[in-house]
Design a protein around this ligand. Structure first.
Ligand code: FMN
Length: 190
């Protein structure tokens, strides 16, 4: 029996951000991705997450900031390295930044709120794939720098960037990678 949703889940593959080219998701595709992203399991209905959409102007602004921060911290960085940092958020047609905004303290444990954010990121990848696009979920160093999250406007003490989701069209179909053998990771508890 064929099932379109299962086919999607069984065939999704990340494509390197540098191998994501135009066209990126158009406005209606982005809308569909965002609606899927925000329809995730969410214990307590806390919506402990936020998604930012960065088209080219936003990506350029973020790239400028990363280049500045990098140059400040590594004074002997050369022009090529600084240009690399400027280009980092501009590698793919579209960038979505997903930030965790947990309520702490709260009776819903922080871990459960974080898991909901992970589901947001996964749904973004699946919704992109469902519309013929591809993506890559990256963190890299900018996800862990308080300066970067502040620059993006996330001032909460517990706010964390959990993903830079790069989206676009795959330059070429990705090769499959080895997947876990089910028996290695699944068992029946009797
Ligand atoms: C939270 C999270 C952060 C990630 N960050 C990076 C990263 O910074 N660099 C990287 O090469 N892959 C990163 N990955 C892995 C890729 O997104 C991707 O899952 C991996 O290359 C396997 O490809 P697949 O999605 O086709 O299985 C991250 C994955 C997750 C879940």
């Amino acid at each position: 029996m064929t099932n379109a949703t299962l086919d999607l889940l069984h065939t999704r593959r990340s494509v390197k951000a540098t191998d994501l080219v135009e066209p990126g998701p158009d406005a209606s595709a982005v809308d569909a991705i965002l609606r899927a992203a925000t329809r995730v399991p969410d214990h307590g209905k806390l919506t402990p997450w936020h998604v930012q959409v960065l088209h080219k102007p936003g990506q350029a602004r973020l790239g400028g900031f990363l280049a500045e921060l990098f140059a400040k911290e590594i004074p002997d960085a050369n022009d090529k390295q600084i240009a690399f940092e400027r280009d980092r958020p501009q590698r793919a047609p579209l960038l979505l930044v997903v930030t965790s905004k947990p309520r702490i303290p709260h009776k819903i444990p922080e871990m459960e709120q974080l898991l909901s954010v992970g589901a947001v990121c996964t749904n973004i990848l699946i919704a992109a794939h469902a519309q013929g696009y591809a993506g890559q979920w990256l963190t890299e160093w900018p996800a862990y720098r308080p300066e970067v999250r502040t620059f993006l406007g996330h001032a909460g003490e517990h706010d964390r960037i959990v993903g830079f989701l790069y989206l676009g069209t795959a330059r070429e179909a990705p090769q499959e990678r080895a997947r876990p053998v089910l028996d290695d990771v699944v068992s029946e508890f009797r």
